[in-house]
Design a protein around this ligand. Sequence first.
Ligand SMILES: Cc1cc2nc3c(=O)[nH]c(=O)nc-3n(C[C@H](O)[C@H](O)[C@H](O)COP(=O)(O)OP(=O)(O)OC[C@H]3O[C@@H](n4cnc5c(N)ncnc54)[C@H](O)[C@@H]3O)c2cc1C
Ligand SMILES: *[C@@H]1O[C@H](CO)[C@@H](O)[C@H](O)[C@H]1NC(C)=O
Ligand SMILES: *[C@@H]1O[C@H](CO)[C@@H](O)[C@H](O)[C@H]1NC(C)=O
Ligand SMILES: *[C@@H]1O[C@H](CO)[C@@H](O)[C@H](O)[C@H]1NC(C)=O
Ligand SMILES: *[C@@H]1O[C@H](CO)[C@@H](O)[C@H](O)[C@H]1NC(C)=O
Ligand SMILES: *[C@@H]1O[C@H](CO)[C@@H](O)[C@H](O)[C@H]1NC(C)=O
Length: 532
Amino acid sequence: MRIPDTVGILLLLSFLFSDSWPVTPWSGKDTFLQCLRNHSNPSYSILAAVCDPENPSFLSILWSYSRNLRFQTTATPKPLLIIAAHQESHIQASIICCKNHGLQIRIRSGGHDLEGLSYVSKLPFIVLDMYNLRSIDVDLENEAAWVQAGATLGELYYRIAEKSRIHGFPGGVCPTVGTGGHFSGGGYGNMMRKYGLSVDNIIDAQIVDVNARILDRKSMGEDLFWAIRGGGGASFGVILSWKIKLVPVPATVTVFRAQRTLEQGGTHILYRWQKVAAILPKDLFIRAQPRVVKNQRGDKTVSIAFIAFYLGRARDLNQLLNKSFPELGLQLKDCIEMPWIESILFWFDYPNGTSIDVLLNRKSRRLVFYKEKSDYVKKPISTRQMELIWKKMIEIDKLYMQWNPYGGRMSEISESEIPFPHRSGNLFMIQYDLSWLEPGNEAADYYMNQTRMFYKFMRPYVSKSPREAFLNYRDLDIGSSVNGTESYKEASLYGEKYFKGNFYRLVKVKTEVDPHNFFRYEQSIPPYSLDH
Ligand SMILES: Cc1cc2nc3c(=O)[nH]c(=O)nc-3n(C[C@H](O)[C@H](O)[C@H](O)COP(=O)(O)OP(=O)(O)OC[C@H]3O[C@@H](n4cnc5c(N)ncnc54)[C@H](O)[C@@H]3O)c2cc1C
Ligand SMILES: *[C@@H]1O[C@H](CO)[C@@H](O)[C@H](O)[C@H]1NC(C)=O
Ligand SMILES: *[C@@H]1O[C@H](CO)[C@@H](O)[C@H](O)[C@H]1NC(C)=O
Ligand SMILES: *[C@@H]1O[C@H](CO)[C@@H](O)[C@H](O)[C@H]1NC(C)=O
Ligand SMILES: *[C@@H]1O[C@H](CO)[C@@H](O)[C@H](O)[C@H]1NC(C)=O
Ligand SMILES: *[C@@H]1O[C@H](CO)[C@@H](O)[C@H](O)[C@H]1NC(C)=O
């Protein structure tokens, strides 16, 4: 499944050398640029941070932070300009001038939004890119760090490990994900059962609001600080930086990856996993990944990968599994000890011996077309039901799932502590992922349809009323608004799935901080006033 970046590069070249990408004439451009100049600090000219469609590198800059080929086509709407801010005043000027000129602003940190919302809009828009603002300041003495929104997770982990082998931070596995989007959407990874989400460990933040003021926790107030920790930053302002609390990790952690096919009793083992994964000690996180493979006879079957992270030594892990999850049949020799920072590479499938310097690489390892969705499971799926699911997966073939166990620390935090509501009562979250390489609408329609059919098929086994979803696995199918949310009713469709009852508090905060709904997109939080 590892696809080289060259596919993306070839596609890119084919667009660059075709004349099918029209440069939209935009009459307001000169006054807009003048406005940017007037409202920014000349110490670093904002014009040097601006890239327009006439620039031959426009598409490569636009797509260098796009992680999904679905949004790298000639038909994908393009911004009027990209502003790659170098300093705070560039952000302030972008907000003021977009407001004055009735343009939408799309804020992009790592560009991993699964529906491309950080760089695609159907209304005239500019992209505010954050990648130049990526300093990371680790303060070991206070076990904290200030992280600018344009920093990636890989950079953050690297900078922590550079200073300490016994500190870490609970966040996602993919090193190129941006902290701007990731933290403001929750952010989970393999230390979630021990320390909760990324946002459960954020203690301060800086945001530029709709009036171009720079606020920190104290000046923004607890309501807004609550909202941006999981409610999606882009409804409220531009996050400049986060202050995070580092967490302790042992000098040596343990990982393993074990594959079990249906023929090897995978269904029963996964059934047992459902019973134990959410109640095992917090130090242990075992992800289960069912995927369609071919067996030795060449027939399709399902293989389940069990991928584990343990905050402790191999011997202890082996004993723990022997007692609590013997069905997996894990041997001591399967358990691999390493420092925490190397476990990040292991979890992202880098070959043994890869230098941790790859964490500083900002390029995607693979570019494909894909569609993702999410679900929450509250009671175990029976082995009979799992067999039906495998049959369906084999029919569809390309779809795979990640089952991520909850419980532990996740169950101790109340549903309303932050906007992310999926806490106690959840056994695991499912991530659905279907990716393809064939370009064109026909292929996209076909595979999107398959993903949606599978999602429909899963309904009996997952949470209901609402059918909950994880904001960071953004999915426009669960409700959206073309022009950026204006209707409260419309927004409650996806709002309740992502946030449950917290949606209403988010609306309240939005009403206070951005009553005219400047910061909006297809799944933003609307203010009350619009249809009340
Ligand atoms: C390969 C891959 C692996 C992933 N793994 C995980 C995982 O392990 N755990 C997990 O929780 N999620 C994971 N995700 C989902 C990821 O966390 C979200 O897509 C997240 O929103 C990405 O953040 P970003 O900054 O890279 O994205 P962007 O596309 O830049 O932004 C995403 C959203 O946040 C907004 N935003 C971005 N920056 C700012 C800012 N500075 N201020 C205000 N709003 C902002 C954008 O406008 C957009 O709405 C993964 C995604 C991918 C593609
Ligand atoms: C920029 O500032 C100049 C000088 O103050 C003013 O004349 C002009 O109208 C301003 N333009 C914009 C677009 O703000
Ligand atoms: C589990 O522990 C028992 C008793 O120590 C031992 O006999 C058995 O071989 C172990 N099983 C595994 C799978 O390690
Ligand atoms: C990784 O490589 C090192 C040597 O480079 C070796 O000692 C170790 O056993 C390897 N680990 C795995 C899991 O293959
Ligand atoms: C999508 O699936 C439905 C069946 O659920 C089918 O009727 C429809 O033709 C499919 N569309 C595409 C584009 O494959
Ligand atoms: C979206 O906005 C455009 C331009 O303002 C308008 O023409 C269109 O009707 C709007 N669509 C919806 C669904 O509101």
